[in-house]
Design a protein around this ligand. Structure first.
Ligand code: HEC
Length: 406
């Protein structure tokens, strides 16, 4: 192993580690503050300017939280800001996206069968999509739509579903899902950096100048903060989705992403209503469960229609000799999935998956099905090693027969 490989592998791991830690901190504080805000109650005898209070118990102590609706009468001596968890999530996320998807665009981002484009173009489009997503989103908040939370959220979600569709027509399913997740993440962090923070700074500046801060600053920041909360669950699903080829590499992948966006939003709605002391909207779980069943059904419709349904529905009762399977895997998988991969740019067997011996092929029978038969996640890059539909059908028939060893 060269030192470059060692460095690349560990950079990948360490950056991912930081990304997950920062995201936990950020989403944790998003959940906490939205819960706190909704659980505040107006009670008699609260100090002037306080809109509500809440009592909490945690770690053996009681907390009495007060929320000053606009600002406290004086600037407190110490004030904790919440922004670095958001910024670090973005910075580490962008770095990880670059290390994996942009440096290896030919395998991760591009699908030649969707759009055969040079790597630089794929990366440029991906970065434009991140910036464009934020610009369009931010523009919406400057229209009269912003007066209605529900209307605004509905339009944002409709646009995200449209983005899911559009991205799957540009990138590989894997790349499209990751990009959509990154677009949502970028919107969330830009909400913090470009709206919530500046509004808070204006409020603090007014306080320091001895003026009464404009309540509009706090209101705008609160709206963005609440909307971020609705985006957390879909963003997390998309970030994890690349481990699940049935989600990203089947025919209806964009619809699956769209349904997940709705599921994520209704689940947040359930908790947010409950924490606000309103009647619990139990219907949301019905919608979420129906959504999950629908997603599973959609994913069972198999890989892209262009490739034909043969792979998903093999001809019944064809006897497949194991030698045939071994030959297909050797010709289309083992150049990457070997102890010493031959494919340029691949230094170690990807994800530690070896497909270079009979025993290894049998061991990974189900993985082969998930990646190359029931979905078209592998071979990556839109089938770089050119496995044919007939060969996938042979693998399908072999799996259907219980992956026999002879
Ligand atoms: C061009 C190189 C290449 C070829 C050819 C290739 N793979 Fe992969 N494979 C990869 C890469 C890269 C990954 C890691 C993807 C990721 O980061 O999730 C991978 C991951 C996998 C995984 C593990 C997925 C996981 O998340 O654990 C399986 C199983 C797999 N491939 C099976 C196959 C099969 C079956 C074939 C042949 C039909 C094949 N691969 C052909 C590069 C390749």
């Amino acid at each position: 192993m060269t030192w470059q490989t060692l460095l690349y592998e560990w950079a990948n791991f360490v950056v991912r580690w930081i990304h997950v830690i920062a995201a936990i901190a950020w989403i944790g504080s998003s959940f906490y503050f939205v819960h706190l805000d909704l659980s505040l109650r107006r009670r008699p005898n609260l100090p002037a300017g306080v809109g509500g209070d809440a009592w909490q118990v945690h770690g053996g102590g009681f907390y009495h939280m007060l929320k000053y609706l606009i600002a406290p009468p004086h600037m407190p001596e110490e004030l904790t800001w919440f922004k670095w968890e958001a910024y670090f999530t973005f910075l580490s996320g962008f770095l990880l996206l670059s290390i994996l998807y942009y440096l290896n665009a030919d395998l991760y981002l591009i699908d030649k069968t969707v759009w055969d484009m040079p790597q630089w173009l794929a990366v440029a489009l991906a970065i434009v999509a991140l910036a464009g997503g934020w610009l369009i989103y931010d523009l919406l908040y400057r229209t009269p739509l912003a007066d209605s939370d529900d209307a605004l959220l509905a339009v944002v979600f409709a646009l995200l579903v449209a983005a899911a569709f559009g991205l799957t027509k540009i990138f590989s399913g894997r790349g499209a899902f990751m990009e959509l997740g990154a677009i949502i993440g970028t919107i969330m962090v830009a909400n913090v950096a470009m709206n919530i923070m500046p509004n808070q700074r204006k409020t603090v500046a007014a306080l320091l100048a001895g003026q009464t801060p404009n309540p509009a600053y706090g209101k705008a920041a609160k709206q963005r903060s609440l909307h971020n909360n609705y985006l957390t669950l879909p963003a997390l699903f998309l970030m994890l989705s690349n481990h699940y080829p049935l989600a990203f590499a089947t025919r209806w992948n964009w619809a699956i992403a769209g349904i997940v966006i709705v599921i994520g939003a209704v689940i947040r709605h359930f908790y947010n209503s409950r924490h606000a002391g309103k009647p619990s909207p139990w219907w949301t779980w019905g919608v979420a469960a129906a959504g999950v069943i629908l997603i599973m059904w959609l994913s069972a419709q198999g890989p892209s229609a262009a490739a034909g349904p043969a792979a998903a529905n093999p001809p019944a009762a064809t006897k497949i000799a194991f030698a045939e399977v071994q030959e297909i895997v050797a010709a289309h998988c083992a150049m990457c999935h070997a102890a010493e991969p031959l494919w340029p740019g691949i230094k170690l067997p990807p994800k530690g998956v070896l497909l270079d011996t009979d025993a290894a092929i049998r061991l990974h029978a189900r993985d082969i099905g998930l990646q190359a038969v029931w979905s078209h996640a592998m071979p990556p890059g839109g089938n770089v090693s050119a496995i044919s539909d007939d060969e996938r059908a042979v693998l399908a028939a072999w799996l259907d027969a219980g992956a026999p060893a002879d």
